[in-house]
Design a protein. Structure first.
Length: 360
């Protein structure tokens, strides 16, 4: 794989600014060119310009049944033309739907799909974490193309996560990462993040034989509550949340150095969450020891966006020494094609579509 960026953002992230989201705003997402977006109820708000921090309404999601707690997530597709929104169970908290809408037109479809967090694998498929409290959680792969029938294609690819749902992300090679958000059955603990090779989870999807989180995959790290998860353009893994059972696993966002992630995925053992040379702990609010941070990333500006649970203040960490780099999503698509070696792979709407007949 080519290097994604030239600078090491692990060392170079600096707290550069704070700004306020509109009142009632939920999760934050980022378009490829750098504008941010959020959702208030069913209304979509987008930055007026890159870095303006001024959010303008761009319309209401049609036929939305949103939870009073707001959206569970908002994610922008790699090509910037689709947004995915989790309705957090709807008004009655018993109708979990994931909406996929074109932008800026906001035409799209709501899919019945349990969810906690999600990430775009390409411009069509969404990896989603879901589960009922007290039961093992799962990762599913949702085909977001409008279904030809009433049946939704949302197959389980990873099962038996011994706790509540955590985050989910993919790296530049298409390897999938997810975690235990809150231990219930174990044996993995709260904050355990595992990585699954692209070929393995792809085979699980094609063969309809899910991987077992507790038995399969490689333990990458055990820190916070594994939610959310994501990668910056240099391959460093960022992690949010917090473990209420631990006095030391709260009040920061973890950034795990890329070589430590790669070593763990290759079988070298998990990264040491207590080693500051391996994991940076970003705490933009040192006067408060009880923060529970969520985090998202904007590749165009090489920025991490941290906010405390239920707070509209966003703390911006920027890689101030970074240089323009190839989009991490562009590298993902390139990696998927390269790894496939000419065989059928997951591809986006702007590429040749995966044959449904090849899925089985």
């Amino acid at each position: 794989m080519p290097q994604v960026g030239w600078a090491d953002s692990f060392d170079d992230y600096i707290l550069v600014e704070r700004f306020e989201l509109p009142v009632g705003a939920g999760p934050v997402g980022a378009f490829p060119e750098g504008r941010l977006l959020t959702v208030i109820g069913a209304e979509v708000y987008v930055e007026s310009a890159v870095g303006s921090r001024v959010f303008e309404s761009r319309g209401v999601l049609p036929d939305a049944d949103m939870s009073s707690f707001g959206a569970a997530f908002v994610r922008v597709s790699p090509d910037g033309t689709w947004i995915a929104v989790g309705n957090n169970g709807g008004a009655a908290f018993d109708r979990y739907q994931v909406g996929v809408f074109q932008f800026p037109g906001l035409t799209g479809v709501w899919f019945d799909a349990g969810h906690f967090d999600a990430t775009w694998v390409d411009n069509r498929y969404l990896a989603i974490t879901a589960g009922d409290f007290g039961s093992p959680s799962v990762v599913t792969l949702l085909d977001s193309a409008p279904p030809e029938s009433a049946k939704v294609d949302n197959r389980v690819v990873i099962e038996n996560i011994g706790g509540a749902s955590g985050g989910v992300t993919v790296d530049a090679a298409g390897n999938l990462y997810t975690g235990n958000g809150f231990e219930t059955g174990g044996p993995s603990g709260t904050g355990a993040v595992k990585g699954f090779f692209f070929a393995d989870w792809m085979a699980a999807w094609q063969n309809r034989e899910p991987l077992d989180f507790e038995a399969d995959g490689r333990l990458i790290i055990d820190v916070l509550s594994a939610s959310p998860l994501g990668f910056d353009v240099d391959g460093n893994l960022f992690i949010g949340g917090g473990d209420f059972s631990s006095e030391t696993e709260m009040d920061f966002v973890g950034v795990v150095r890329e070589p430590a992630v790669s070593a763990a995925l290759s079988g070298g053992g998990p990264a040491d969450g207590n080693d500051p040379n391996v994991v940076r702990r970003l705490d933009p609010d040192p006067g408060n020891d009880a923060n529970f941070f969520t985090v998202s990333y904007g590749a165009a500006r090489r920025e991490l966006y941290l906010s405390d649970f239920g707070d509209t203040t966003v703390h911006v960490y920027r890689d101030t020494m970074g240089v323009p780099a190839i989009s991490d999503w562009g590298v993902i698509i390139l990696a998927l094609v390269t790894l496939a070696g000419g065989s059928a792979v997951l591809v986006g709407r702007n590429f040749s579509t995966l044959s449904k007949g090849a899925i089985g």
